[in-house]
Design a protein around this ligand. Structure first.
Ligand code: PLP
Length: 396
């Protein structure tokens, strides 16, 4: 470890909460899909800062918009109207179906889900939620009751209000859990943290119908899958249904902390001033940034690109899996949200480390799934180069 990194490790142990297990790495600069560490070594970033930097690091238009807004007005009291907020709402509404145009901005994914759970309760008068096993929805106390992974939830058991959990992709199990005391079912259209799990065809559509039948709200958590990640603006478009409540974050801000939740008029009829809010909710700087991210994604046609590149990667990795069945169990994903499932957790951990040593950042999730979720505008040669490392140096 370099001297500088040693210093940072020491400083963190003295000054910062021990909340996260770090990689032995400090990143100091980024441009497009390349990042630099404190030693000047470069990496191809297939994590996009956890699926956030959808238009790459430091996109010039995003930098210019943030800089301009910073010089104009960054924050006001939330009791005044805000042009950037409404411009973002207008832009977002261009891509959502009729009936799902109204939104509220917050500062993170977990907060967006908190808002969604509150809306489901307020609009139904009910208090029970259904969620899926292996889901991830954030770490605030309310939302954690719907987080379907014991490793995160169990340690807070006494203070979270637990949802009814059902296996992901199992429509019959969901139907059995849904009754007329359920406020809402929260589900990811593709489970991200749970290992890039794509549900069987008809699942989301079936959930929508089952929720409607008992008067519960379908909450789609598109914090990871939204904003072009799966090759459509929203992953629910693959299923042909519109959720009652939609949550977004990550790729929406391209790097600034913003989340959003959107809901139908029927759901919103119950909402009154004071039900939800926050000092930074819809802050001018983050809204201006997110509106610019949407503009870039639209202008550069990055949603179609995500679909096309994602298909190419899936084809290439499927071929690799066919040639290495003893190491690779499967390849799955949609658009540029891709999971390579290795057979063995120790191999997966070693592959993850070796990728980094060879200058490629990926995520290891669900013990043995290498998750690739690069910027939607990652240059094709960089993506190829990263896959070459995986194929020829790490899994060879
Ligand atoms: N929902 C999903 C599907 C996520 O992947 C995440 C974060 O990884 C969250 C919610 C929580 O978002 P945040 O970390 O911004 O609170």
């Amino acid at each position: 470890m370099s001297e500088r990194l040693n210093e940072l490790v020491k400083l963190e142990s003295e000054l910062y909460f021990p909340g996260v297990r770090r990689w032995p790495l400090a990143l100091v600069r980024g441009a497009g899909s390349t990042v630099w560490d404190s030693e000047g070594k470069t990496y191809i970033d297939l994590t996009a800062g956890w699926g956030v930097t959808s238009i790459g690091h430091s996109h010039p238009k995003l930098v210019a918009a943030i800089s301009d807004q910073a010089q104009t007005l960054m924050q006001t009291t939330n009791t005044v109207y805000s042009e950037p907020q409404l411009e973002l709402a207008q832009r977002l509404g261009r891509f959502t179906p009729p009936g799902l145009k109204r939104c509220f901005f917050v500062s993170s994914g977990a907060e967006a889900n908190e808002g969604a759970l509150k809306l489901a309760h307020k609009s139904t008068g009910r208090s029970r939620y259904v969620a899926t096993l292996n889901s991830f929805h954030g770490r605030t106390l309310g939302v954690m009751g719907c987080l379907g992974q014991d490793k995160y939830r169990a340690r807070w058991k006494g203070i979270v209000r637990e949802a009814t959990f059902v296996p992901y992709g199992d429509l019959d199990a969901a139907k059995a859990a849904l009754s007329n005391d359920v406020a809402g079912m929260i589900v990811e259209p593709v489970q991200g943290e749970g290992g890039v799990v794509v549900p069987p065809p008809g699942y989301i559509k079936g959930l929508s119908a089952a929720c409607r039948e008992v008067g519960a709200r379908l909450i789609l958590d598109e914090i990871q899958t939204g904003i072009g990640r799966t090759g459509r603006w929203f992953a629910f478009e693959h299923s042909g249904v519109t959720p009652d409540i939609l949550t977004l974050a990550k790729g929406l801000g391209g790097g600034v902390p913003i989340g959003a939740f959107m809901a139908t008029d029927e759901v919103l009829a119950s909402l009154e001033p004071g039900d939800h809010g926050g000092t930074y909710a819809g802050n001018l700087l983050t809204c201006r940034a997110a509106a610019t991210v949407l503009e870039v994604i639209e202008d550069e046609e990055l949603v179609a690109r995500s679909a096309r590149l994602g298909d190419d990667v899936l084809t290439r990795l499927a071929d690799l899996a066919n040639r290495s069945p003893e190491r690779i169990e499967s390849v799955r994903g949609r658009g540029l949200l891709i999971g390579l499932v290795l057979r063995n957790a120790a191999h997966a951990a070693a592959a993850h480390t070796r990728m980094r040593e060879h200058g490629v950042l990926v995520n290891l999730t669900a013990d043995r799934v290498l998750r690739l979720f690069p910027a939607l505008n990652i240059p094709e040669d960089e993506l190829d180069q990263a896959l070459d490392v995986l194929e020829k140096q790490v899994l060879a």
